[in-house]
Each structure stands twice: as structure tokens, then as C-alpha cells.
Design a protein. Structure first.
Length: 165
């Protein structure tokens, strides 16, 4: 089943919307389970930090190293997913899709593997090396592969930074 990652909102957008609406809120994550194979994180959200009870709680689970994304950043990926799920419970999923873009990236079908490429890490590496030609090639490949507009914008930003550094 094909899907478009642009239909799913990044957790960062949900967090930003949450803080705009509830500046006195609170988001808390905690590890519920961790071993050599998996991690489970619980995210609790309060709309009023003084309230003793959260308004929503949700969980995320990651199998460590199961995907390219979770080989090195499994803790961060799991925490981000848990927060995104909890915020979706509070109706912070503007595009109408409960899963976040980060969660959907993990389940990309085999014919959509190009979506799993870490475009931003590549752009950062090229920018650090001031490789403008490499950044142009990366951008052209990203356009050809129809990556998300957010990713294209980020690659451009890395190129601008590389020009000025």
C-alpha cells in the first residue's frame, strides 16, 4: 500500500502547536521498558503544569536497530513517537492522520525505501565540508525522488549555511 509522507505531520509541528495553545502546559517522557532488543516510552501531557493529572498518556515502542532510523537513534525516535501519539490524542494532528510523519517513515513499503534515506544527515555532512556541488547534486536527487517540501527546504538551508561559513 503506497502512502505519501506529506499527508503526515511531523511531531515538531504538533509540539509547536501545543506550546502555542498551552504555554503553561507540560510534556514528560519516561522509559517504561528497555533491554537489548526494545524500548518502550510513555509520554504524558498536561495542559496546565500545575494539574496533578495529565490530560493524556500514550506509549511508543521501538525495536532497537530494526530499521536504518533506529540503528543509532532508537531512544530519540521512540520518545518522539510517544510525544506525537500523546499530542494526537489531544487533537494535534491537523492533517487528520493520527500517526506522525516519523512513525510512518518507519513503515515505508519496500518500494518507498528512498523515503528512508537520511537526506538531512547527508546535507549536513556536505555543508560541513562546504561541498556546494555535492549539495546541488543531493538537492537534484531529492527533487527527482519527490521528497517532502520540508526536506527540500532544509537542504537549501544547509547550502546557504555552507556558503556563509
Amino acid at each position: 500500500m503506497a502512502f505519501n509522507l506529506d499527508d503526515y505531520e511531523p511531531v515538531e509541528a504538533r509540539i509547536t502547536a501545543f506550546w502555542q495553545k498551552y504555554p503553561e502546559g507540560r510534556i514528560h517522557t519516561e522509559i517504561v521498558l528497555i533491554n537489548e532488543q526494545q524500548i518502550v516510552i510513555k509520554a504524558s501531557v498536561w495542559t496546565d503544569r500545575e494539574d496533578p493529572r495529565p490530560v493524556t498518556i500514550d506509549f511508543a515502542q521501538e525495536t532497537i536497530g530494526a530499521t536504518n532510523i533506529t540503528k543509532n537513534s532508537w531512544l530519540e525516535v521512540c520518545a518522539t513517537s510517544a510525544i506525537g501519539r500523546a499530542l494526537a490524542d489531544l487533537d494535534f494532528a491537523k492533517k487528520g492522520k493520527r500517526p506522525s510523519r516519523e512513525e510512518m517513515r518507519k513503515v515505508a513499503p519496500a518500494d518507498n525505501v528512498i523515503q528512508l534515506r537520511d537526506w538531512l544527515k547527508e546535507a549536513e555532512t556536505l555543508a560541513t565540508a562546504h561541498d556546494l556541488e555535492g549539495l546541488r547534486g543531493l538537492y537534484a536527487d531529492a527533487v527527482k525522488r519527490k521528497v517532502t517540501p520540508d526536506t527540500l527546504t532544509s537542504i537549501k538551508e544547509f547550502a546557504e549555511k555552507a556558503k556563509t561559513d
